[in-house]
Design a protein around this ligand. Structure first.
Ligand code: GAL
Length: 416
């Protein structure tokens, strides 16, 4: 009997001893496509190597709308995960609720201020304190293309302007392919919309209309032209598009069923996972008219306040790992994005990533580096959600005139 209770005490001590160094991290994210899952698995591996256990909390649904709904209900019921993928202005809202942990101890020890572009560091801070760890920089204004399809359709080069694009899309259609691979989900409609606005109006117009939400810009002739162009793009989408996941749209380009897709460079994660080589099997080009601009989308993880010391240690290790060189390299190689950490060696990255890195720096200098509205970087979630709905309604219903589309979007932009 005595022996048994001694054993019990020993086991209890052992467990307590391990708990002081190793904790569990439950991590909410929406990375469930092939390329995404491969990327997040690297973070899990790093955490496990540090002795922590990883509890995966994946909520399917590109763009994260589903994940955010689930997160809210978990936090409201007092059962927040240790960490969650939260981005842009939404971080400020969560921090204002007082539920996020202050990551300054890790950020100071690891010198994040010196390692991050200021535009990114600012997004990660609430009242001067770090409340999230950034993982990457995605460029949203990409157009992906299949060169074999273009060749068969007699299109010599990836189109650089919208008129060139429509001329190419006509040829592709005539040759019997789908011109635009599109997943008909609100956030994907919104993603295409922002690239069209950027291409038609330029970075300054994009900023006024979709970052400042300036009513004059939102109701201008340039917005009318943007919506006309956006509607025209819809004419090149196949009938099976509604509801399709983004990665299935990418697969249409990979499998030579479609010529183009407008999507951020997480699409590259799918090409990479399929063993495809940029420049040979697929083309990455800026969406028409957006060559010198860059809409950015920075993924980041916020940590929720937890009482348990082991859990806190695991959170700190997670934050530190995210900003570490090994993770920044391997994760971004898989994800299609570029490292958010400055001065990383880009040797192992492909030409699309190098192009993205170059365009990021050049656009920052030129004043054409803009936050993506479709990916929660530009405006608070309420306004972004309302505009997204108005954009999708317009995309899906030809009976809504361009004039009414403009009005609806401008009205939605007033949502607070
Ligand atoms: C974005 C996210 C990307 C990618 C994409 C599709 O919002 O920032 O990392 O996962 O959704 O799911």
């Amino acid at each position: 009997m005595l022996k048994l209770s001694k054993l019990a005490t020993a086991v209890a001590l052992l467990v307590a001893g391990t708990a002081a160094v190793a904790g569990e991290v439950e991590v909410l994210h929406w990375w469930t496509s092939g390329g995404e899952a491969k990327s997040v698995a690297e973070l899990k591996k790093i955490m496990q190597e540090k002795g922590h256990s990883w509890k995966d909390f994946a909520v399917a649904g590109g763009g994260g709308d589903n994940a955010m709904t689930v997160l809210k209900s978990r936090v409201v019921s007092g059962n927040a995960p240790a960490a969650a993928q939260i981005k842009g202005p939404a971080l400020q809202e969560w921090a204002a609720e007082g539920v996020l942990a202050n990551l300054d101890p890790v950020a100071k020890a690891d010198n994040w201020d010196a390692l991050l572009p200021t535009v990114v560091a600012d997004i990660m801070k609430y009242k001067g304190n770090y409340i999230a760890a950034p993982v990457n920089v995605h460029r949203v204004n990409w157009m992906w293309a299949n060169p074999a399809v273009l060749k068969k359709a007699g299109v010599a080069n990836a189109p650089k302007t919208w008129p060139e694009f429509f001329a190419a899309a006509d040829k592709v259609k005539k040759a019997g392919f789908v011109a635009v691979a599109h997943g008909g989900q609100n956030w994907q409609d919104f993603t295409t919309f922002e690239s069209v606005v950027l291409g038609i109006g330029g970075a300054k117009f994009y900023h006024d209309a979709l970052v400042k939400l300036d009513q004059k810009a939102l109701t201008s002739a340039t917005m009318t032209k943007s919506l006309e162009t956006f509607r025209k793009v819809h004419g090149y989408v196949d009938a099976a598009s509604p509801g399709r996941d983004w990665n299935l749209a990418t697969a249409m380009v990979i499998q030579e069923k479609a010529a183009f897709q407008f999507m951020g460079d997480w699409a590259k994660g799918e090409f990479t996972t399929a063993g495809k080589v940029p420049g040979k099997d697929y083309i990455c080009a800026a969406a028409p008219g957006t060559d010198s601009a860059y809409t950015f989308n920075v993924d980041s993880f916020a940590m929720f306040k937890l009482k348990d010391a082991a859990a806190q240690k695991a959170q700190a290790d997670l934050a530190s790992s995210i900003m570490g060189v090994p993770f920044q390299e391997i994760f971004n190689l898989n994800k299609g994005s570029i490292p958010v950490r400055l001065n990383m060696d880009m040797g192992k990255f492909d030409d699309c990533a190098k192009l993205s890195a170059k365009a990021f720096v050049a656009s920052a200098k030129a004043g054409s580096l803009e936050p993506s509205i479709a990916h929660g970087m530009a405006v608070p979630p309420a306004a972004a959600g309302a505009i997204q709905d108005a954009v999708s309604q317009f995309w899906n219903d030809d009976k809504i005139s361009v004039a009414d589309g403009v009005k609806n979007i401008a009205k939605a932009a007033k949502t607070q």
